[in-house]
Design a protein around this ligand. Structure first.
Ligand code: IPM
Ligand code: MN
Length: 360
């Protein structure tokens, strides 16, 4: 297959982990006889420095013109510590989601036996955790208008707003995903307090009627936060709105032991975007300490979701399993015996290539 991928490496550790993901994609192309071409675009602080805009029009065009987008990370400390900054890298992320219509953020959370001992939770709690969160990404309080301050400036407000159609389209994705999994969807909301949550319940329960084989249950966000720590194995598919999903997925990310491991997909009507969930982690940028597995697993999701390359995607996932088993990992996973970002990238690429040659 011939495919065009737009690469937005972004800020902090974004470029170095993305580089490893590309290395692995090149190994896939070589081993399985595909042709991947890569075109790079600017985003985040890097884009502000070059153009004044964290998501330039040129980058938007590059994304819409590709078969899929691979994204690194956004964010720079010089903006975090400047409350007066007029543009912020994160605005680029929100603009990108909105402009590319990426309404559904899919975050799988899976424990790996080889590293379950580094989880802050007990091994017996973490064992067999395998769920996926569908977080709505272009609505709710993140984008609702009006927002701002009153004239005097002593009162501030945000608006949480959802339409039925915004809820329906992501609910369908969650139910469809559940069909191929353990057939269990949990809608997380705050329907005891919020009108938007009550619309979510109404809409999702209507939608669930089309999926009689799927067990649908409802959980308040506060209860879900507790359950996630106490018994994460309960969950299969979690469906939730933008802000609740943001908070829950950060909490979920530590279950497996390292935030650096988790990939994500953002799906929409125009194009699909894939990124590790770890963010720009500027403290270690450029030091070759960052864990590239989140980015590499995002590349695995990309070729599976966007190109339908199941075998190739599994080859990457197996290579990640294998290197975890061998203890060939970065410092976040084993701070006594560790390898660099580059070395882990090389290792996965080599394993992917070798696995195909063995089967050929
Ligand atoms: C995420 C991030 C973003 C969000 C921030 C950086 C705006 O936390 O992708 O989860 O809140 O959505
Ligand atoms: Mn977040």
């Amino acid at each position: 297959m011939q495919k065009k991928i737009t690469v937005l490496a972004g800020d902090g550790i974004g470029p170095e982990v993305t580089k490893q993901a590309l290395k692995v994609l090149r190994a896939v192309a070589k081993a399985y006889d595909h042709e991947f071409s890569f075109q790079e675009g600017l985003v985040g602080a890097a884009a502000i420095d070059a153009t004044g805009n964290p998501f330039p029009e040129e980058t938007e065009k590059l994304c819409l013109d590709a078969d899929a987008v691979l994204f690194g990370a956004i964010g720079h400390p010089k903006y975090d510590n400047d409350p007066n900054a007029k543009v912020r890298p994160e605005q680029g992320l929100l603009a990108m989601r909105k402009k590319l219509g990426l309404f559904s953020n899919v975050r799988p959370v899976k424990s790996y036996e080889a590293i379950s001992h580094i989880s802050p939770l007990k091994e017996r709690v973490v064992k067999d955790v395998d769920f996926v969160v569908f977080r709505e990404l272009t609505g709710g309080i993140y984008f609702g208008e009006p927002r701002g301050r009153n004239e005097k400036g002593d009162t501030a407000f945000d608006t949480c707003i959802y339409s039925k159609s915004e809820i329906q389209r992501i609910a369908i994705q969650a139910f469809e995903a559940a069909k191929k999994r353990r057939k269990h969807v949990t809608l997380v909301d705050k329907a005891n307090v919020m009108a938007t949550s009550r619309l979510w319940r109404e809409t999702v329960s209507e939608c669930g009627k089309n999926y009689p084989e799927i067990k649908l249950d409802y959980m308040f966000i506060d209860n879900a936060a507790m359950k996630l720590i106490q018994n994460p194995g309960f969950f299969d598919v979690v469906l939730t709105e933008n802000m609740f999903g943001d908070i829950l997925t950060d909490a979920a990310s530590v279950i497996t032991g390292s935030l650096g491991m988790l990939p994500s997909a953002s799906l929409g009507e125009k194009v699909q975007l894939f990124e590790p969930i770890h963010g720009s982690y500027p403290e270690v940028a450029g030091l070759s300490k960052a864990n590239p597995l989140g980015a590499i697993l995002s590349a695995a999701m990309l070729i599976n979701y966007a190109f339908g390359m199941t075998e190739e995607s599994n080859a990457i996932k197996n290579a990640v399993d294998q290197s975890l088993k061998e203890g060939y990992v970065t410092e976040d996973i084993n701070h006594e015996q560790f390898h660099t970002t580059e070395e882990v990238g090389d290792k996965i690429a080599t394993l992917v290539y070798a696995s195909k040659k063995q089967h050929a």
